[in-house]
Design a protein around this ligand. Sequence first.
Ligand code: SF4
Ligand code: SF4
Length: 342
Amino acid sequence: MRIGGKLYVSRPISAGIFLSYKCSGECRHCMYACSSRWSDDWISEKDLEEVLSQLSAFIQPSPLGPDKVGINYGLHITGGEPFLKFKLLLKAVRIAHELGIPSIFVETNCFWCTTDDITRKRFLELKDAGLNGVLISVNPFVVEHVPFERIDRAIRIGRDIFGANVLVYQEIFYEQFKSLGVRGTLSFEEYLRMAGFRGLMFAELLPMGRACYRLGHLFEKFPARYFFGESCVADLTRGWHVHVDNYCNFMPGYCGGISLGDARDLNSICGGIDLEERPILKFLARDLKELFEFAVKKFGYEERRDGYVSKCHLCLDIRRHIVMRTEGFEELGPREFYFHLE
Ligand code: SF4
Ligand code: SF4
């Protein structure tokens, strides 16, 4: 909600915590522009404790109970790829569990599921530490760098250990890859050759983050003015499925590269953000046209001739242009995000 010159962010009822932006792969659709090229920065145990203890007061369980999981409930531990630092992941689960946070799950691309033994051992250790479930990413972009057998193994063994608390995201691709008999990795071009565009029509492919640049050719494009008049106040202030990264940036929803403040001090965020101190947030809360005009006037931004696939593409392209020219906006962070989009 925006009242006067302040932005009031709702208390977070469900959240994801990034252990790092570092990933074993580099998906073309990644909303947070993760990859193996990122700095090897990981959240510290101290920050984990501070952030999770603040979140623990607000996080709500799945409607099915605190031992059950759901994408928009509870706490998910994510990245980047959290299994790249398994001990840190284990620590994060322990801290969250000891704080009484409900519906805890971890999100993975399964790169590490090289044998049945390793997969079972790690899932069991995490379950013992208090993990309630797992979200397994299955889509044509992950399978470009993770052999399908590893994903299949994680789902099979995950279901043995966590039962119905294995979220396969997205089930439609899992079934499609099985019916196509996919083995090993598969390039996106080869996937399209085998399956056509039909599967993608049912997929949730959000035109945000890296997808705007690497998958722009799949979407219809519009001129900037098409998105003028749109306000992002609801996206910026919602309390569900927010994210906190390893630098303690509190990110609204899926808006990679936007920081509402330091998640170790939730009161300063939920108690009202002074929009005069955060002009980019002010423009976004009012009208994307204001952000566009500001960027044109102050930073020489030029509208893309080929257009934009979504309002988030316009927003992101402008933010990236500004970040390349100044470090003056705290709300545009982490800066490195903007260097891994293409
Ligand atoms: S979508 Fe997931 S697996 Fe793919 S690069 Fe991003 S974090 Fe890594
Ligand atoms: S336009 Fe920008 S602020 Fe609004 S939802 Fe998209 S990424 Fe977030």
